[in-house]
Structure formats: C-alpha cells, structure tokens
Design a protein around this ligand. Structure first.
Ligand SMILES: *Cc1c(COP(=O)(O)O)cnc(C)c1O
Length: 281
C-alpha cells in the first residue's frame, strides 16, 4: 500500500548491529513520521473542509508534508509563521521552496484565534491526537517484523521533537521505546507527553552537553557524515544527529537489539548542509 509498509534494514554503525526502519522511503513526496502523523487526514473524508491551517517555522518538515497532503487532497493550505529569514526569501530552498511550489500560502502573522468550520487546524509539528491513527499502523508494522525476525529484547529508538511519534509508538508497542529531546529539554518533552497521554511514556535518554534546536554543532555534522559512510543512509541533521550520538552513548554496549526509526526529513538537509559546509568545510 502507498504511504505505509516501509522496510527494515540491518546496518552496522561503530561495530554495533542496528536495525533501521526506513520510513524515509515511504514515498517520494510524503514520507517520514509526518506521513504517519498526517495519514489520518489523507485517508478520512471531511465533508465541507476546504482548508488546512497550521503554523511553525518556515523551514519545517511538517510544513512541507502538509503542503503535499493539501495538494493530494485538493485543499487550500494557510501556514502562519512569525518571520521568514531574508536569505530564504531571496533564495528559496528545501522545505520552503517545495511547499511554495505545492501552493502553500505562507502568512507572516499570528495564528487566527477563530478557525471557521470549513478549516482544520493542525498544531505546530503535528502534535495532535489524530496522529495516533497512522502511528498505530507503524507500530503494527514493527510488531509484524519482530514476529518474523525474533530480535533479542528489542528496544525501539527515535529522536523526538514534540514527542508525538515516540509517545504513540510506546502506547501501541509491547517493546520499550527510547528517545531523546531535540527541541526543548527533557522537562519540555515530558510535558508534551503528558498533554497527550497520562501514562506509559517513552524513556528519555540524555547527553551531557546541551544542544539548541537548529543550531550547528561540529559533532552533529561529523556523525551525519560517519553514518552516510558506514551505513550508506542519509539521516536528518536536526534530529537524527543527536539521536545517533545518544545511541552511541547509551546503546552501543547494550545486549538488546535496537530498531532505529528513520523519520525522514531529508529535504530539510539541503539548507542545513549549506550552512554546515560554509561553517566547517
Ligand atoms: C518532525 C520530525 C521529528 C520529530 O517528531 P515528533 O513526533 O514531533 O517527536 C523527528 N525527526 C524528523 C526527521 C522529523 O521530521
């Protein structure tokens, strides 16, 4: 079926065997965890709905995926941002460029307080209950794979932004879900979990150093390049670089089998790589 059923690959990173669920390959335009989170809106019928309204940063993966969804469903897409960086306006790139091509209306203004009945409002990053619909399908794919493969004491790892994907995976999986906070700190992530579910939260792993979302870090760039070299897979620079540093620190000597969820985001790498190359190469 289109947009579901990604494969699992076995890779070796720093001599540790790790399984990778390739959600980055779900579909050319609609992939990663945003495809899972917005699957509900792809599959269900909404009478009289003509528009999706959302907000966030002008580079976000969620913004791009919503633009694809709206194009497929023939809906208008209004996206509110607090600013658009000058360099992006003059030289559109990555998520921003492609979302505009898909017909996104980008609006530099506060999100409207009243949403009319012909519009659906999607909170920043897709942190909403409807996301559970597609993430449950992802969980079931993992359960089916595990039955066939018989991994040893399986742990599932994925880096978090809003934490929505990790939270619902833990809800539907019989395996422990491990994550790390990429957007805010651990307290922020715990609060995000609590807003969606009272209990059964994923385990949060930490690094010693504090990182700020969207900033450049040499070790992020390096682990990204190492991953590409050793696994032949491109991972995202905003979430996965930190994710893999966590895997290195906490799970490299683990006796458990690890399944790493690749949550996509490769289109967002174009502008990040430009910045990284300019700074470090
Ligand atoms: C959006 C995104 C995340 C964070 O997902 P949450 O469900 O908000 O935790 C992680 N990785 C990538 C590549 C993403 O695009």
């Amino acid at each position: 079926m289109k947009y579901t059923n990604s494969k699992v690959e076995e890779v070796k990173f720093n001599n540790k065997k790790i399984f990778v669920k390739r959600d980055d390959l779900l579909h050319k335009d609609f992939s990663g965890n945003k495809a899972r989170k917005f699957y509900y809106f792809l599959k269900n019928d909404f009478n009289n709905v003509t528009k999706i309204i959302s907000h966030g940063s002008s580079q976000s993966n969620a913004m791009y995926s919503l633009s694809v969804l709206c194009k497929i469903r023939n809906l208008d897409f209004d996206y509110y941002v607090d600013h658009i960086a000058e360099y992006l306006k003059t030289n559109p790139i990555g998520n921003y460029k492609e979302a505009l091509k898909n017909g996104m209306n980008i609006i530099v203004k506060e999100v409207p307080k009243n949403i009319d009945k012909n519009s659906i409002f999607i909170p920043e990053g897709g942190a909403l209950e409807e996301a559970s619909f597609g993430i449950k399908i992802l969980a079931n794919e993992i359960i089916t794979w595990a039955k066939e493969t018989n991994p040893k004491d399986l742990k599932v790892f994925l880096p978090s932004g809003t934490g929505t994907t990790a939270l619902y995976l833990q809800k539907y999986l019989p395996f422990e879900v491990l994550t790390c906070a990429c957007v805010g700190d651990e307290q922020y992530l715990q609060k995000q979990f609590l807003e969606l579910e009272e209990e059964n939260h994923p385990t949060i792993l930490n690094l010693d150093k504090k990182y700020h979302f969207g900033k450049l870090y040499k070790e992020f760039y390096e682990v990204h390049k190492e991953l590409k070299e050793q696994t032949n897979i491109e991972f995202d620079l905003l979430y996965d670089s930190k994710g893999w540093l966590c895997v290195n620190k906490h799970l490299n000597n683990s006796k458990s089998d690890i399944l790493y969820i690749h949550q996509g985001g490769i289109l967002g790498n174009i502008s990040m790589l430009e910045r990284y190359k300019y700074k470090y190469d």
